[in-house]
Design a protein around this ligand. Structure first.
Ligand SMILES: Cc1ncc(COP(=O)(O)O)c(C=O)c1O
Length: 395
């Protein structure tokens, strides 16, 4: 591992994977010794169209040749951002017709929470146990995993937690609640889908008490579950959606979308209710626009469901207890975290990139680019099974 990487670049854990990246194309990443790795992780659900997608690259280059950053968010009309927000409005159900562009997923959450407070004039925010929404102070306050928050307390007050898929807990949502924030499909918790019309029940409760229903679509969004957004699988319309990750086709971005009526409240009392220097950056917005156009003009979103079927038919092995998730947001569950760890590390050395989930040690993350081919899926699953055979002998 490059010692300067450890010495000079701040780290997030004592044991980074440390691959020295040379270049990446399509579904593959190459290291500096020219070893090729099949990417089943897509930069943790960010590289929707794989690496170096020609349409995204071209959009970035074209925009760079015109102008890059010229003004803070919201002052000048810059066509990549305007076109993006317009296209997004045309793809979402009413009244989700106005989008605020920011720079990361966690900022999209911050903006969503602020908007819920601004719209309702209430302060209480509710999220779920085991939820992950990002790492800034507000997002961390609504993270449902105490172990990772303790050292950073005090966080923001008036937060309460419910259990995802638990209907009785919905009574905790009351006329004091500003917003209820849920991941449409829980990510860090282990790719847990809502069941038994849970999201409809949350919707009904929020409508009844006048609380904002906020969905975090940062992982399921952008085609990964077969629809543009995960919530479109469950026949509901939230009040606010937060997006990020796959939105930029590999570029850093986030956004939150709500009705124009609600969004416009951020412009007065106080004005500048949410501001950002780089939000809507023209180069990033061009990448977002190219990614979104590619998704809606091709069959990639539908194909995600066929690819899920292929994965499920191949992910059969005595070490795999269950495959969770939807579309290309899948987690192969093993019996324990040791097995999962061993499998992920051995796969990496054999040229297959897999990853962990934040709070569920048994899960092996499988979130490849939507552009992955059937042959690549077969190739990766063959490596995974070969490694699982080895690991099974150790246990
Ligand atoms: C569900 C969810 N919400 C929010 C975030 C935060 O996004 P970012 O890392 O871009 O701030 C993530 C990132 O992993 C996420 O998975």
């Amino acid at each position: 591992m490059n010692s300067d990487f450890i010495k000079y670049q701040a780290q997030t854990s004592p044991y980074p994977l440390g691959m020295e990246v040379s270049h990446a194309v399509g579904s593959y990443i190459y290291d500096t010794s020219d070893k090729k790795y099949l990417d089943f992780v897509a930069g943790v659900s960010a590289c929707t169209l794989g690496h170096q997608h020609p349409r995204v690259n071209q959009a970035i280059k074209d925009q760079l040749d015109k102008y890059s950053h010229v003004m803070v968010y919201g002052e000048y009309s810059q066509s990549p951002a305007v076109e993006y927000c317009k296209l997004m409005a045309s793809l979402l159900p009413e009244p989700l017709n106005k989008t605020y562009l920011v720079n990361s997923g966690t900022e999209a959450i911050e903006g969503s929470l602020k908007l819920a407070r601004r719209v309702t004039g209430r302060s209480q925010l509710i999220s779920c146990h085991n939820a992950y929404h990002g790492n800034t102070m507000g997002s961390m306050s609504v993270m449902g995993f105490e172990e990772r928050k303790q050292a950073f307390r005090p966080l923001i007050p008036d937060i309460d937690f419910i259990t995802f898929n638990n209907e009785e807990d919905l009574l905790k949502i009351t006329s004091k609640t500003a917003g209820v924030l849920l991941e449409t499909i829980q990510g860090g918790a282990g790719f847990i889908e809502p069941f038994n019309d849970y999201l409809k029940k949350v919707r009904d409760r929020c409508t009844k008490v006048g609380a904002m229903m906020i969905l975090d679509e940062i992982q399921p969004g952008f085609g990964r579950t077969g629809k543009l957004f995960g919530f479109q699988n469950y026949d509901i319309v939230p009040d606010i959606i937060a997006m990020g990750k796959g939105m930029g086709g590999g570029m850093p971005v986030g956004a939150f979308t709500a009705s124009a009526e609600m969004m416009d409240l951020l412009t007065e009392n106080p004005k500048l209710g949410h501001i950002t220097t780089f939000g809507g950056h023209p180069v990033i917005a061009s990448a977002c626009l190219a990614t979104l156009q590619e998704l809606v003009e091709t069959d990639l979103m539908n194909e995600a469901l066929n690819k899920e079927k292929l994965f499920r038919s191949l992910l059969v092995h005595p070490l795999i207890e269950e495959v969770r998730g939807k579309g290309l947001m899948l987690a192969a569950m093993t019996k324990n975290a040791e097995i999962t760890n061993e499998v992920i590390l051995r796969c990496q050395s054999k040229g297959l990139i897999l990853f962990w989930l934040l709070f569920e040690g048994c899960a092996i993350r499988i979130t490849p680019p939507l552009t992955i081919s059937e042959n690549e899926i077969r190739e990766g699953c063959a490596i995974l099974k070969e490694v699982m055979d080895e690991v099974a002998l150790l246990n």
